[in-house]
Ligand binder design. Structure first.
Ligand SMILES: Nc1ncnc2c1ncn2[C@@H]1O[C@H](COP(=O)(O)OP(=O)(O)OP(=O)(O)O)[C@@H](O)[C@H]1O
Ligand SMILES: O=C(O)c1ccc[n+]([C@@H]2O[C@H](COP(=O)([O-])O)[C@@H](O)[C@H]2O)c1
Length: 189
C-alpha cells in the first residue's frame, strides 16, 4: 500500500489542495492520499486558525474520491511536529509505504521545520510546484542539502518504493489558490 501524507492547516480547504492531492495521486501512483488536518501548524499564529471540526468539514467536502481520506490523526495522537507524526504512523503501520506531500512554498522553508533532516531520512518526499515559490524552493537549503537524492519527475512513480532520503519535484499546471487570500476576501466581504 502506497500512501501520500498530505499535511495541512486547511484554513480553509480550497481547490489548490485538491490539485496537489490529485497530482500526487496520479503522478506517484499512490493508493491513497491522507489529508492530515493539523491541530495547529507549529510555525503559524493560532489566533487565525479556525476550529478543527470546521477545517475537517471543509477538507471532507473537497476530498471526495475513493482514494482520498481526511484524518484527525495528529489531534487524536497529540502530535503537532511532522517528525513525530511520521514516527507514530510508521510505528502503527509498518507495512505501508508513506510519502510526505507538500507544496513548493513549504519546501522553501523546510529547513526551519523541527528535525527536517530526520523527516527526509524517514520518508520519501514529493514537492508540488506552487506559484510564488518556484525559484525559492528549487534553491532552498533543503534542496541543496539533499540535491544528490533528487529523483527526476519522469521517474516519480518509483518514489514510493524507494528508500529515504529520496525526493522529487513535480511541475504540474499551477494553481494559485491560497487560504490566506480566501480569508482576506471573507474579511473584506
Ligand atoms: N495552490 C496550491 N498549489 C500547490 N500546493 C498548495 C496550494 N495550496 C496549498 N498547497 C499546499 O498544501 C499544503 C497545505 O497548505 P495550507 O493548508 O497551509 O494552505 P495555504 O493556502 O498555503 O494556507 P495559508 O495561505 O493559510 O498559508 C501545503 O503543503 C501547501 O504548500
Ligand atoms: O514539524 C514542523 O516543524 C512543521 C512546520 C511547519 C509545518 N508543518 C506541517 O506542514 C503541513 C503544512 O502546514 P500548512 O500550515 O502550510 O498547511 C502541516 O501538516 C504542518 O503541521 C510542520
Amino acid at each position: 500500500m502506497k500512501v501520500g501524507l498530505f499535511g495541512g492547516s486547511f484554513n480553509p480547504a480550497h481547490d489548490g489542495h485538491l490539485h496537489l492531492a490529485e497530482t500526487a495521486l496520479n503522478r506517484l501512483g499512490l493508493d491513497r492520499v491522507v489529508w492530515l488536518v493539523s491541530p495547529q501548524n507549529p510555525l503559524k499564529d493560532s489566533a487565525h486558525t479556525a476550529p478543527l471540526a470546521e477545517r475537517m468539514a471543509g477538507a471532507r467536502a473537497l476530498a471526495t474520491g475513493p482514494e482520498m481520506v481526511v484524518s484527525d490523526f495528529e489531534t487524536r495522537v497529540g502530535t503537532t511536529w511532522t517528525v513525530d507524526t511520521l514516527r507514530a504512523l510508521q510505528t502503527r503501520h509498518p507495512g505501508v509505504r508513506f510519502v510526505w506531500l507538500m507544496g513548493s512554498d513549504n519546501m522553501a522553508g523546510f529547513h526551519r521545520w523541527r528535525g527536517w533532516t530526520d523527516i527526509m531520512r524517514a520518508v520519501p518526499v514529493a514537492v508540488i510546484a506552487r506559484p510564488g515559490s518556484l525559484l525559492e524552493s528549487r534553491t532552498s537549503p533543503a534542496a541543496a542539502r539533499f540535491a544528490s537524492f533528487r529523483v527526476p519527475q519522469e521517474r516519480a512513480r518509483m518514489l514510493p518504493s524507494m528508500p529515504a532520503p529520496a525526493w522529487t519535484y513535480l511541475t504540474a499546471p499551477l494553481n494559485a489558490k491560497s487560504s490566506t487570500a480566501i480569508r482576506a476576501g471573507r474579511a473584506g466581504a
